[in-house]
Design a protein around this ligand. Structure first.
Ligand SMILES: [Mn+2]
Length: 433
């Protein structure tokens, strides 16, 4: 409760005291905790980093709860995908429960809707949640909540009964009178924004606005996005990035709302390990020492953020590098050098891959014979259209172990493979005079 005390002197110089109570509520909006994400495919990281990463979804949620307590909020909204797996590991449930109990001890309520990852139809060992928690059923019904200062709120939400909920759940939301404020939780995607995939619980912004709510607490999309202000329609994103495509700041929103619905948002970063891309842009011929120094300096700058970082390094304009340097990048020697520099203390900056950016001039620079390049280009295109291409890659796709992890190649991947092969031919030829 925010209290403002005003001292006022009257004409006889005797002061009177007035106390004004600000009628506003505070809550945290978070979603997509994905507790106990396994971080598959990253087990090649040094053990210490890997276990830190496996712990990160839990640490991130702990930070959400720390913030809730520190800011003395009224409640926390958890808008779906709290658990990563539909079997809800007992470890994840126990640790979620522990954090919710911390909220209970601090007189903070929690609202949960389950999403497509932790739908209600999953097969899991049930661990009951503490009493300060309301879990929504599969129908978006209101829950009447009274904040510490007496402001009343209807919170609406629903949980996924099964993994695939493709119906327009938005049609089932209805504002029910009887509260000062109306806050709706929805795990789903905006129509037309989910690419080729069938959208879960689809909605349009117009549909949400028409419901007359004061705040839409969304979940499902892992990239933080504010779809609308006044009233706010918000995806807070996930609390911890789980792979390189979930880069940058990850966290939750601290929301302050007056009884009249005026809303302010503050983003709170919660990720324990952050994914980043470092782009090293070479402007001129660069030797090994300079390249190495620029990379380590850039890595160091990431180290001052008070977080651990997993970064990929992209070297733009690699035509400024000599063949020898390029070779150390391709055979992995260079990344090993950088990794030797990485600290593995409390906070780390770990380069997990080094990539060469696109390099348009490469070919002409290495081989001046235009006719040869044209023939090579033609041969590569030709190869792409024949069975020989499939034969060439068939070894990989029929390999007992490798094939399990591979889908077929699409057009773009075929083209990329041909492009890399062409570059390799050019590079090899230029090496052997
Ligand atoms: Mn999710």
């Amino acid at each position: 409760m925010a209290v403002i005390t005003i001292f006022r002197y009257n004409d006889r110089n005797v002061y009177s005291l007035e106390v004004m109570v600000l009628e506003e509520i505070r809550f945290i909006h978070t979603a997509d905790l994905h507790l106990d994400s396994p971080f598959l495919g990253l087990s090649q990281l040094p053990e210490k980093l890997f276990s830190r990463l496996q712990e990160s979804t839990f640490s991130a949620f702990e930070r959400v709860v720390d913030t809730a307590i520190e800011k003395d909020v009224d409640f926390v909204l958890l808008a779906g995908d709290l658990f990563d797996g539909e079997d809800r590991s007992i470890k994840a449930q126990a640790r979620l429960r522990k954090q919710l109990q911390r909220l209970a001890e601090n007189n903070i309520f929690a609202f949960i809707t389950y999403g497509n990852h932790d739908h209600m139809g999953g097969d899991w060992v049930r661990l009951d949640m503490p009493e300060n928690v309301h879990v929504f059923s599969e129908k978006p019904e209101p829950f009447l909540f009274t904040a510490k200062n007496g402001v009343t709120i209807h919170v609406y939400g629903f949980s996924y009964p099964k993994r695939h909920v493709l119906t327009r759940k938005i049609d089932e939301y209805e504002k029910v009178p009887g509260a000062d404020l109306h806050i709706a939780m929805l795990h789903g995607s905006e129509e037309g924004q989910s690419g080729a995939h069938q959208p879960y619980a689809p909605f349009t912004i117009r549909e949400l606005l028409r419901k007359g709510m004061d705040y839409w607490a969304l979940g499902h999309i892992h990239k933080r996005r504010i779809l609308h202000a006044d009233p706010y329609i918000v995806y807070p994103g996930n609390t911890q990035g789980r792979h390189r495509k979930e880069e940058g700041e990850k966290g939750c929103y601290l929301v302050t709302m007056t009884k009249e619905g005026q809303t302010e948002l503050e983003f709170i970063e919660t990720a324990d390990v952050r994914w980043e891309t470092l782009c090293i842009d070479l402007k001129e011929a660069t030797g090994m020492t300079e390249l190495y120094t620029s990379c380590t300096a850039a890595m160091e700058s990431l180290g001052n953020m008070g977080q651990s970082v997993l970064c990929q390094v992209i070297i733009a304009s690699p035509q400024h590098l000599s063949q020898k340097v390029l070779k150390t990048i391709e055979n992995g020697e260079f990344i090993e050098m950088l990794q030797d520099e990485a600290f593995l203390d409390a906070d780390f900056v770990w380069p997990y891959r080094v990539e060469l950016g696109e390099d348009p001039l490469d070919e002409q620079k290495l081989i001046s014979d235009d006719t040869f390049l044209a023939v090579l280009e033609e041969a590569a295109n030709e190869l792409g259209r024949t069975d020989e291409f499939d034969q060439a890659v068939s070894g990989l796709f029929s390999h007992t172990y490798a094939s399990r992890y591979l889908d077929g190649l699409d057009e773009r991947q075929r083209e990329q493979l041909l492009h890399s092969a062409k570059k390799l031919v050019i590079r090899r030829l230029s090496e052997t005079d």
